[in-house]
Structure formats: structure tokens, C-alpha cells
Design a protein around this ligand. Structure first.
Ligand SMILES: Cc1cc2nc3c(=O)[nH]c(=O)nc-3n(C[C@H](O)[C@H](O)[C@H](O)COP(=O)(O)O)c2cc1C
Length: 200
């Protein structure tokens, strides 16, 4: 709340991150009751600041269907500006690296499928009424487009920038244009959620 109060006047949006695995018990705030209480305070503070700063909620991929549904309901009822799905995962399924047992969040391609499934589930629950931002394992135009067709209106890339550099952004943008054209769409919005069913 202190950060929001200090930075709110200068930023274009804020993200309430209740999903980092690196802060002890932070993810407990994803429970419906605690989440609602936290977000109500954030939204009240926004009201007091007199400037409309969009508020996004960022969630973990390690949630079951009931938890995702409860979060979607809180977000919808409080009219949040969107949900960012997802943060890193604490699971290591399919990871063969010898350091897979290290604690902390796993990011990048090994978590692509898991985070995209959460995104698609949210998309099905919110049916286009809540903007969703897809993140987790995007490393190409193909994976960025998969997030969009699973339900994301926008995407974020983190880990892949370390491995591919900033030119990846241009590559993704060009690749997305080609994919939209191939699918007969003139804008991203038309593709959003078009293949959500593949992930459910
Ligand atoms: C080193 C590192 C630090 C991160 N720090 C934050 C953070 O402070 N806040 C946050 O919301 N997410 C944080 N994330 C999560 C990323 O923003 C992103 O949600 C996640 O890594 C999945 O995307 P990616 O596969 O493109 O990296 C961090 C990820 C990594 C790898």
C-alpha cells in the first residue's frame, strides 16, 4: 500500500502480486477472503488518490480449478482491470535438470503448458468480461500466439529475453502479424480465446 501511495501518481498501471514463491506465505493471499480484503483496500486507496490507475492481479499457476474460480469471482465482483496469469511455478513436473530440486520459482518454457492452462480456465470463467494478460514460457511468436488464442488480450515475456535478447520482441510482433493473417483475422482481439478449448 505504501508503494502504491508513493508511485500511484506516476505509473500507468499497478500489479498486485500475490503469487511470488519467494516471499513466505505471500501466496496465502490468493484465498478468496484474504484476496478480497487486500484488493478492497487497494481500490479504496485508488479512489482516494483521485487518479484512475488500472489495477491488475497477478496469480500463480499452482492453483486448482476451485481456487481459480474463486479468484475470478473476486476479480469480477470488484471490477478489477485484469488478471496476469501467471507467475512462476513451484512444481518441477517434467524437469530433468540436476538442479530441479532447488527451491524457488521455475520460469520459462518448462512452465508454458501449466500457465497456459490456468489462463484458458480463467478465460472460460470470465468469457471476455475481464482482460487477461498471458505470461509464462513465451519464447517465440508461436508461444505468444498460443497464449492469445488461449484467452490473453496481451502478453508479457521475461525469461526468454535473457536468452534471446530484445530482438525477440520484434520477432514476436512480426510473427504474430503473420499468424493473424494466416488465420484470417485483421486484429488480435479476434483471435483472443479462439482455441481456449484446446487447453481445458
Ligand atoms: C528472476 C525472476 C524474478 C521475478 N520477479 C518477479 C517479481 O518481482 N514480481 C512478479 O510479479 N513476478 C516476478 N517474476 C515472474 C515473472 O514476471 C513471470 O511471471 C514468470 O517468470 C513467467 O514468465 P517467463 O516464463 O516469461 O519468465 C520473476 C521471475 C524471475 C525468473
Amino acid at each position: 500500500m505504501k508503494v502504491f501511495t508513493a508511485c500511484g501518481p506516476y505509473v500507468d498501471f499497478v500489479t498486485v502480486n500475490v503469487s511470488s514463491p519467494n516471499t513466505e506465505r505471500l501466496r496465502d493471499l490468493q484465498g478468496a477472503e484474504a484476496l478480497r480484503a487486500l484488493l478492497v483496500r487497494v481500490l479504496e486507496r485508488r479512489e482516494e488518490m483521485g487518479k484512475y490507475t488500472p489495477v491488475f492481479l497477478k496469480i500463480a499457476p499452482d492453483l486448482d480449478d476451485d481456487e481459480i474460480e474463486a479468484i475470478a469471482e473476486v476479480a469480477r465482483s470488484l471490477r478489477l482491470d485484469g488478471i496476469i496469469a501467471t507467475n512462476t511455478t513451484i512444481q518441477r513436473k517434467g524437469v530433468k535438470s540436476r538442479i530441479r530440486k532447488e527451491i524457488g520459482g521455475l520460469s520459462g518454457p518448462p512452465m508454458f503448458e501449466k500457465s497456459t492452462r490456468v489462463l484458458a480456465r480463467l478465460s472460460a470463467l470470465t468469457q471476455g468480461h475481464l482482460p487477461l494478460i498471458g505470461v509464462g514460457g513465451i519464447d517465440s511468436a508461436e508461444t505468444a500466439y498460443a497464449k492469445i488464442t488461449a484467452g490473453a488480450s496481451a502478453v508479457q515475456v521475461y525469461t526468454a529475453l535473457v536468452y534471446h535478447g530484445l530482438s525477440l520482441v520484434d520477432e514476436i510482433v512480426r510473427g504474430l502479424e503473420a499468424r493473424l493473417e494466416a488465420d484470417g483475422y485483421s486484429q488480435i482481439a479476434q483471435a483472443v480465446g479462439s482455441k481456449r478449448g484446446d487447453w481445458l
